[in-house]
Design a protein around this ligand. Structure first.
Ligand code: SF4
Ligand code: SF4
Length: 469
């Protein structure tokens, strides 16, 4: 491929410790990925590190380069590994080039030395936390099965003490999905973050129980259900659009608002027409199509054998990216919210459409409900911004409509469409709390039996805000 047709920048999630982690979160799909490298020590060598940084820089024609560290748990490498990485960035830096290092971590191994290093080198840290203790500790456990909430919060407080910039990644599973406002209020008011990234837990379970390769359409009981996920997002959106626009940044809302405004990019690969520029680098230099496809069929090659930019520009990878658009089922092509959804991530396209066509997104019902619900408020937001007013002005407009909406909820019948516009039955949407949660869910979390550890959730990728506020 000629140089001018190659992408000007790429995003690589590097995994210097491979899949290894000091914790054993029940839904972490990377734990099974260790099986891909049976005799490995799962530590990136200095040689691979140098190739990676050099090639990443050489692959960029833009002055800004993001260097993203992830895992497993990347802090298991120790601070000195990242000191070397910074030295290499300085060694190979092109004139005028700037770096943003990001790291997604569970936060449990952080100490003053780590935080001083992060601050000094301007790292953006993503902390994985699933809500208050009772929700977080359901699945985010250590290797002894013990909840990790206290250790994660200790890490958060250390980051705050040192003034390190951080955001939060929350994975939405079958349990915490029933507590959207508890999760949101906790992150906003107690963790004190302004930036939240939401990732749905969708674990496909193979007959042998090992999830190295994603197959079939059966999901584990930890996986969030489609309507449940839609409801989770809607309830947080309702809170945000009334109270927090311009103060809190939820990556999905920012991306969705960008789509409603007709901006060229949503800023999230899952809501783009095509993808393929966000790759995953294993500890040994193997480069995969995406963090969600660290599987043998999606191995592009090793950066010690072939330059990263050649692998990214290969026919295999270009086709991978185009498939996101080209394999959309007819049902999606005719969907009224396709402009925002774009069929979401191919990883989740494993159910059938109502007419039996394969390749529909597992979360379709949830995304559709969410996009329908946000339609009117985001049209208001767009109008406000186009008139040159601050985005936060939309809150007063929505507040005026709130009393009418609440009155409509009070009159709504369970089996009729929810007045919020989601298209879900009222009992699945804003009426759910009234009809289900009070008697079935509240108080059950403490006594929940934990399912066996197997595989999992999703890429812990720190958000890089491109806010619309
Ligand atoms: S496969 Fe999914 S997560 Fe990966 S780049 Fe494409 S849309 Fe993004
Ligand atoms: S909402 Fe459903 S039908 Fe519409 S584009 Fe998304 S996955 Fe396809």
């Amino acid at each position: 491929m000629p140089d001018n047709l190659r992408p000007p920048r790429i995003h690589v999630l590097s995994k210097p410790t491979g899949a290894t982690c000091n914790l054993a979160c029940a839904y972490c799909f990377f734990l099974d990925k260790e099986l891909l490298y049976p005799s490995s020590n799962f530590r990136m060598s200095d040689e691979i590190l140098e190739s990676y940084i050099r090639q990443l820089i050489e692959s960029h024609r833009t002055p800004e380069v993001t260097v993203a560290w992830q895992g497993g748990e990347p802090t298991l490498m120790g601070v000195d590994f990242y000191r070397k990485a910074i030295e290499l960035q300085n060694k190979y830096r092109k004139p005028g080039m700037t770096f943003e290092n990001t790291m997604q971590t569970n936060g449990t191994l952080l100490d003053d030395e780590w935080c001083e290093f992060f601050k000094e080198n301007n790292f953006l840290i993503g902390i994985s936390i699933d809500g208050p203790r009772k929700l977080h500790d359901v699945y985010r456990v250590d290797k002894g099965g013990k909840g990790t909430f206290d250790n994660v919060m200790r890490g958060v407080r250390l980051l705050q003490k040192h003034g390190v910039e951080f955001n939060v990644l929350v994975t939405v599973n079958r349990i915490n999905a029933d507590y959207p406002l508890e999760v949101y209020h906790f992150l906003r008011d107690e963790v004190g973050t302004e930036w939240i990234q939401v990732i749905p837990v969708i674990e496909r379970i193979n007959p042998d129980g090992v999830n190295v390769i994603q197959q079939g359409d059966t999901v584990t009981e930890r996986s969030v259900q489609p309507e449940q996920f839609g409801r989770f997002m809607i309830r947080i959106f309702d809170e945000w659009i009334l109270n927090d626009v311009g103060e809190m940044f939820v990556q999905t809302f920012e991306a969705t608002a960008r789509n409603w405004m007709g901006l060229p990019s949503s800023g999230m690969c899952v809501f783009e027409e095509t993808c393929g520029l966000g790759l995953a680098l294993e500890h040994n230099g193997d480069l995969y199509s995406c963090d969600h496809f660290v599987e043998p069929d999606y191995l592009l090659g090793n950066i010690q054998d072939e330059h990263m930019i050649d692998l990214v520009s290969s026919d295999q990878q270009v086709q991978f990216g185009l498939n996101k658009r080209d394999t959309l089922p007819q049902y999606c092509r005719e969907c009224d919210v396709r402009f925002a959804c774009k069929g979401e991530c191919p990883k989740n396209r494993f159910i059938q459409t109502p007419t039996g066509e394969p390749g529909l997104n597992y979360l379709c019902a949830g995304w559709k409900a969410f996009f329908h619900r946000v339609d009117e408020p985001l049209k208001m937001l767009t109008m406000v911004m186009r008139s040159g007013r601050p985005a936060s002005d939309v809150m007063a407009i929505m507040a005026e409509k709130e009393a009418d909406l609440q009155a409509a909820f009070a009159r709504a019948a369970d089996d009729k469409p929810c007045p919020c516009g989601s298209g879900l039955d009222f009992k699945q949407c804003h009426g759910w709390q009234r009809t289900k949660r009070g008697r079935k869910r509240r108080g059950k979390i403490g006594g929940l039996a934990r399912p066996p550890v197997s595989a999992g959730a999703s890429a812990d990728a720190p958000a890089n805000p491109e806010d619309v506020n």
